[in-house]
Design a protein around this ligand. Sequence first.
Ligand SMILES: *Cc1c(COP(=O)(O)O)cnc(C)c1O
Length: 454
Amino acid sequence: MTSNNPQTREWQTLSNDHHLAPFSDFKQLKEKGPRIITNAKGVYLWDSEGNKILDGMAGLWCVAIGYGRDELADAASKQMRELPYYNLFFQTAHPPVLELAKAIADIAPEGMNHVFFTGSGSEGNDTMLRMVRHYWAIKGQPKKKVIISRKNGYHGSTVAGASLGGMTYMHEQGDLPIPGIVHIAQPYWFTEGGDMTPEEFGVWAANQLEEKILEVGVDNVGAFIAEPIQGAGGVIIPPDIYWPRIKEILAKYDILFVADEVICGFGRTGEWFGTDYYDLKPDMMTIAKGLTSGYIPMGGLIVRDEVVEVLNEGGDFNHGFTYSGHPVAAAVALENIRILREEKIVERVRTETAPYLQSRLRELNDHPLVGEVRGVGLLGAIELVQDKATRKRYEGKGVGMICRQFCFDNGLIMRAVGDTMIIAPPLVITPAEIDELVAKARKCLDLTLSALQG
Ligand SMILES: *Cc1c(COP(=O)(O)O)cnc(C)c1O
């Protein structure tokens, strides 16, 4: 890359010499050097070369209220001056964490009024695993330990998070999954539906849950965890029949249901939570990302009242983090939720920007490379294929990565999951910015197609 700014090279040298980046090929990154993002406002990022980029991914799905909101910076600064840190161990608390727990209970589904705070989504799911097993032990059923999860689900990158997740490329490193976690098929009709209709496939995929419960034995199953919509797996919208059928199965067996709301939570679907969108009735919900709009790390686990009643009888829960409910993170989250509510951002997604984004995105269906456009709320996916009718991919060409690079070079961040392009822009994106996003996406699809033909 030719550079306008000598500092870019300096920063890249620091990266090469000292930084180990997450989810990266260290050697390849050294050869190319990272793009350096220096500042951001609204839905836009600027890199150190002065390029303006529309962030179609809201960072990593998290910057709900957009970049550059002074209110969050002010909330952090005020809290740091007042009480920068105190822990919640040993029977203490502080006002921001208590006010935040109440604010979350106010927007959470009915009957979910308690929150355990963590530093991230992964830690939220680690907490879930330990809490589920503790819950069943208190109820005198200590054998109910197994957690059922789904292939290609994403639940984080700690040992438990990566094990709960169903990413084989993560399992391959470090002997995962750990014992006591099993996976069933995902409801991803486009790649796995074969000759079945989406409806038939949705029933089949949901029935895998029942088969797995019977195979493991209901006396051994503690919980089923799933994202309402799989995010990192490729914005996978299950067939309409899937969740109703899963709910029927869950109603038959005495196991807990955990919704991983780390992406769907805080308005992404146009409802406060993905479980509101699909009318699921979970026992626990993992949260993070949109909770603070990513301005500061924080996650948690929202727990149903009936579960809390059991936990109340269990003595100490021997679990927690130094930064559980960190006062500065809590103050930022509170301010973030205040803005989401007062500016009616979730309503605006539901009534205005989600319908607009979804209809504009579907215009891309006419493109020769596009096999399917799907989405819910401000989540979208574009499947890139060689043959629309048979859903056949371009084998071994890395089409997704080619397209992603064109996007970068043309001022748009879209993420590639294999040959699926995905978007999840900030919830404050305007219709005019959606027009820009879709126009850039079309241009990059054209460039990708030319590159494949050239
Ligand atoms: C990002 C994510 C996580 C992990 O959250 P971290 O804060 O990165 O630990 C868990 N579940 C889902 C659905 C996610 O998208």
